[in-house]
Write a protein that binds this ligand. Sequence first.
Ligand code: ADP
Ligand code: MG
Length: 265
Amino acid sequence: MVRLESLSFAYADQIPIFQDFTWEVQRGDTWAILGPSGCGKSTLLYLLAGLRFPQAGQVLIDEQAITRPRPHTGLIIQEYGLLPWATVRENARLGFRIRGFYGPDGTHAPTDDLPSGDVDQWLNRLRLLPHADKYPGQLSGGQRQRTAIARTLALKPDLLLMDEPFSSLDAPTREGLQILTLELQAEEHLTLVIVTHTIEEAAILGKKILLLGEPPNTTPRVIDNPKAGISDYRNSAEYTAMCRDLRDSMDLPTRNPVPSPEGRA
Ligand code: ADP
Ligand code: MG
């Protein structure tokens, strides 16, 4: 579904972050992108989202070269991007309003507005209906993140990009949202790409894990993790072994006896 073809990208006057980088995502896959701070994870998401453009090579989605943001790609940025002066319901409707402005094809003004009932259905699925009239400042971190997810999923994306979505949440909330995200991925047949700097989170979420390192990234390093998403994987010996392998691949010291859920990249 997504193909990066011989892609090279550098910010002005810096060494390239990607150089002749080729990588492919199949429809319905769940990928975690793992790497230390500054290795280019967010940059990769912005390239996929059509918010940054390579100097060489291209990003193809469904064989179309990406030249601007694509309406069916959902992007959830770090810190959620909610409007502080709008309620949960208004925030969740924001995507519709923006699409209303640009039109369903991303270029033309549309003719019809979408009913708010669709938004309430998403608020209900994300257990936000009781909070629909609150403002982001009145919500917990988990509720804010669920609002950002509702806003994005209401637009029926087929590709969902998430940038460190759970990094500022406490451990039980994070675990709950990881499970919810995998449920929604299956329900909505999403192709999911989640950026994380946490080994344990990559191992929980990514059926495939792309390891990025010190720029320039040239050849993708991919680790298969087919049991991700299976219930109770978190408590299995295979999961612990996967975390150890990832830590070794990232050249980090192994900690004993069990990796903490707060592992750092
Ligand atoms: P990550 O998300 O993995 O932490 P980023 O993709 O945000 O990394 O950044 C990769 C590198 O590019 C970092 O060294 C960062 O400082 C640099 N960088 C990010 N955004 C910009 C920008 N707008 N202009 C110049 N350099 C940038
Ligand atoms: Mg980042």
